[in-house]
Ligand binder design. Structure first.
Ligand SMILES: CC(C)(COP(=O)(O)OP(=O)(O)OC[C@H]1O[C@@H](n2cnc3c(N)ncnc32)[C@H](O)[C@@H]1OP(=O)(O)O)[C@@H](O)C(=O)NCCC(=O)NCCS
Length: 423
């Protein structure tokens, strides 16, 4: 039971970080073909019920013929028909899976609605180097307002690799192209590719900048498994998508493990530094509450209500990693009685991210901020972290040394130790 409670509590910050965010997910055809489809769909349904807005793009490549369809293939009427019959098949299969709800399944009571429609307007690729690519199309417009409307209603959007033209024709749109265009035009927070395992190519590196990935791909065999997924992720990153995950779809539970564990199991390609230290704003309140809650439960920190945090958010500084608040600290000036002093409080780092200098970095950032505000002395009240502060230049002091208004608030029961640091 302790394991369960531990894991569930540790997932809370991720749940807060993802709520209301948009993720465009591409499930590759080769994954659709597998018996693990039911498990994947129930994981997607879980993400949906946790408030992540999902756009699910599926393709049927690998099912149509042994020669895969790519962005240069002439899509004649025979290929188009074969594609349409596979797309119809998989669409119905996916809808059926999203409807399952047997009492002993993870989908019990889920009631997920999946929506499809004519959201994508296409244009023909036309004649390229003398060859008419026929029903090979590209995105012309995406009705992102209608898509947003459905996402706001809590529906999952199901997107086949198709687009329709104003002349009423049907076009096949390569999924990698549709994926990036959809993510861009919907301003998606995440893009997730569920396909072949990327780790043989990335040599097990779980987080890469786009520049690092570019170098890896330059030396990779273009036909090796996982390369296509990583190439698309790089193109998406270049197109401005901040976070692109590539996940091994043949591994049960990989989607949840990627999103809800500290290091994930796939490969994350991040456009900009995904580990930042910055002043907090109101959007961070849920994340800070999720971080502080367990420490307050254990009595390590004094409980703060949401209202209090809303009023005091401008005193906070946070460490954000991939959209999640993993650390925070606050600086409270004492403007009335002694502006040369300030209180340091709420120094906290998520247990999974400790011992890597984040606490130190937060402290340094707040000391800098304090100096800018002409603060000369910092004090902190702590019950269990005395040595941590002592090792960072704080010296033991007495309650009587505190500014008078802070003495009046001193909680005798907590019996906190007082430490001062001269800046
Ligand atoms: C204190 C805290 C913020 C440190 O975060 P962190 O990111 O791990 O800090 P750093 O990586 O910069 O420092 C880690 C070092 O501090 C030490 N440390 C961590 N907690 C400590 C404690 N309670 N007492 C003494 N040393 C401590 C670690 O052992 C490590 O030292 P080492 O590298 O020599 O082994 C984090 O442990 C935390 O959130 N604790 C609970 C909240 C708390 O007590 N806050 C203070 C009240 S205001």
């Amino acid at each position: 039971m302790t394991d369960f409670v531990h894991h569930f509590r540790n997932s809370a910050p991720y749940i807060h970080a993802y709520r209301g965010k948009k993720a465009v997910i591409w499930v590759r055809g080769r994954v659709l073909n597998r018996s693990s489809l039911a498990a994947l769909v129930s994981d997607l349904a879980l993400l949906n019920s946790l408030g992540l807005k999902l756009i699910l793009l599926f393709d049927v490549d690998d099912q149509v013929s042994s020669d895969s369809v790519n962005d240069q293939t002439v899509i004649d009427s025979a290929i188009l028909e074969a594609l349409l019959s596979q797309i119809g098949h998989w669409r119905a299969r996916l809808e059926a899976q999203f409807t399952q709800g047997l009492a002993n399944s993870p989908m019990h009571n889920a009631r997920v609605r999946v929506i499809g429609g004519n959201f994508v307007t296409a244009r023909p690729m036309g004649v390229v180097e003398g060859i008419d690519l026929q029903a090979q199309g590209r995105v012309r417009r995406i009705d992102h307002l209608a898509m947003r409307h459905h996402l706001d209603q809590g529906n999952i959007l199901l997107l086949p690799p198709l687009g329709y033209s104003v002349t009423g024709e049907l076009f096949y749109i390569p999924p990698e192209h549709l994926l990036i265009e959809t993510a861009r035009r919907l301003d998606a927070d995440k893009l997730i590719i569920i396909g072949d395992d990327p780790h043989p190519i990335t040599l097990d590196q779980k987080e890469l900048s786009s520049e690092e990935l570019r170098l890896i791909l330059e030396g990779a065999d273009a036909t090796a498994r996982g390369v296509q997924e990583l190439t698309v992720a790089l193109a998406a990153s270049d197109a401005g998508i901040a976070r692109c995950h590539v996940i091994d779809g043949h591994q049960d539970g990989s989607l949840l493990a990627e999103l809800f564990t500290r290091d994930g199991v796939g490969t994350l390609i991040a456009r900009d530094p995904y580990d930042t230290f910055r002043a907090a704003h109101t959007d961070d309140i849920n994340g800070i509450l999720a971080l502080l809650g367990p420490l307050e439960d254990k009595g390590i920190l004094v409980r703060r209500s949401r209202e209090r945090l809303e009023n005091e958010i401008h005193h906070f500084y946070v460490n954000e990693r991939d959209g999640m608040i993993v650390g925070c600290a606050a600086l409270y000036p004492i403007p009335d009685s002694d502006p040369s002093q300030a209180e340091l409080a709420c120094v906290a780092v998520h247990p999974d991210y400790r011992q890597s200098g984040r606490g130190d970095a937060l402290l340094r950032a707040l000391e800098k901020r304090a100096r800018e505000q002409r603060v000369k002395r910092l004090f902190v009240l702590t019950t269990q972290t005395a040595h941590w502060f002592a090792e960072r230049g704080f010296e033991p002091a007495h309650v009587a040394d505190l500014p008078v208004e802070r003495q009046n608030l001193y909680n005798l029961q907590r019996n906190s130790k007082v430490f001062y640091k001269t800046l």
